[in-house]
Design a protein around this ligand. Sequence first.
Ligand code: AMP
Length: 634
Amino acid sequence: MSYASEHQRSLNEPEKFWADQASKIAWFKQPETILESLDDGTHRWFGDGELNSAYLALDYQIEQGRGEQTALIYDSPVTNTKKQYTYTELRDQVARFAGALTELGVGKGDGVIIYMPMVPEAGIAMLACARIGAVHSVVFGGFAPHELAIRINDSKPKVVLTASCGIEFTKVIEYKPLVDEAMNQAEHKPEKVVVLQRPQAKAQMQEGRDLDWYEVFNKAEPVGCTPMNSSDPLYIMYTSGTTGKPKGIVRDNGGHAVALHYALRNIYNMQAGDVWMGCSDVGWVVGHSFIMYGPLMGGCTTVFFEGKPVRTPDAGTFWRVVEEYKVNGMFAAPTAFRAIRKEDPEGEKFRQYDVSSLKHIFVAGEKLDSPTYHWLHEISQKPIYDHWWQTETGWPVTAPATALGATDIRVGSTNRAVPGYDVQVLDPMGTQLDANTNGGIAIKLPLPPGCAQTLWNDHERYLNSYLGEYPGYYHTGDGGYIDENGFVYIMGRTDDVINVSGHRLSTGEMEELVAKHPAIAECAVIGVHDALKGQVPVGLLLLKDGVDADHKALEAELVAMIREQIGAIACFNRAVVVDRLPKTRSGKILRAVLRKIANGEDYAMPSTIDDESILPEITEKMVEEGLAPDAVID
Ligand code: AMP
């Protein structure tokens, strides 16, 4: 079936379409009720189905004859460790660790926080929770104690699982003191902390509360899979909202399994036996969907990489992994390729490796600027697919359905709506806009299986944040447009749109243009307050290594370029070179903070920031350049 007819069918007959997809996974009890519309506008998929996500990822694969196939490849350049697990080995470890959790009193519906680096035990812990129906919440290992305490208070785990340390490039980060501090701060007190001692750091244990990972593991008996209702929660994943309180995105079991299976086969075109590399971390949604659950539920071999795109040890590290394990498909954020490009602009490192096994490269998480796209395409000669989704959706919303032959791309577009999603562009009144017209990007309800239908402990907030903006639609918070052929262009969060003299302009669009300049490695365009025009855009520029440009001349060139490409209406008159840009750990530029600095507003240190020292530095620079009055960090 072609992409167009499949997409159309998914919207015209969602129940039939998803019943077909659901029949492709191994339920304990096949669902008879496919879709229910609830009174509050949310939906439930496969309501009477029963299954177990760890069974699908492991036991079922073994039953299909994949017991001796490699399930997980752990490759850790930061510790010089490589280790592989067959499906049978991984299942045995998971079943036994599930037994250990059971002995600690963890059962169906209980919370477990996993605060761990990219070690296989983190993945084993996730699957062990899934096996017994416990609800895991993986908290990215770099989060500060305060953020961990917020998540402990919200998800009320019985047990916290952690490791003695994580490793960032060559730096050993001790985790245990952070967990101890979070436990002190939290009002909810988990009963036990299970600690994986790594050779790089030895954690101090607290008598009576802390337990050694392998001590509890070694004396545990393996346990089987607990049948779960389709809509029982599998995990909570906290993500930032517009307030300081993170949103606990809740993922179900049934919709998630069906959606990931569909995505793995149809979007990423991965078959059982293929090798897949999701370059992310189990602390993010990509790590859940496309390092752990998706590839394993699809019978693939998943690469579990503990390292960075550069300096572990160099910019060839991804390509080395591709060659070594004959990786067939990979997924990374554009920021990873920008980092690689900065250190290996001519692709010399790339050419040291044989990447002929690789079919294609997917990118998502932030805007893929066209210079990075062209560079990656030129050096790799592989199809580069931009695609778009969110923690909330859990799987791609717009993407090429490569297995359906929909491999067309438009540079700058995140491709077309995936079957199951009715993506539309709306004006502020909720009226659908014409092709090529900018507006709010929304998804007409029902959302397909896999997308979050609630927030942990806060269903009201879910309804207000996502379903309240446009009746009958899910509000994505992104702005952009769809062209006449259905290709979606994401221009950034709607709060990145600025208003200059009453004209709506996309800072993303300006960034795209500025990034084309040969001297620029990366940039952020933010709106700063202007008494006359409301807002005006300002570019903050990061130069490529080794570029020695006259800053004033460069600014003049960029001002002329934007004037030429967008017009004087853009009022782009300032572009300032900075040493570093503040980013989240997942590589997104913290534009909201930059905006606040520019507006002289107080701001709190964002919990997701990669390096706190950048903010005072950039504040000083912006004040010096006259782009901001004094700002206060609290
Ligand atoms: P997260 O939930 O952290 O994955 O962030 C989701 C947000 O990242 C989306 O709402 C978009 O603003 C942005 N995003 C994700 N993928 C893309 C992409 N391919 N192009 C542009 N923005 C993206």
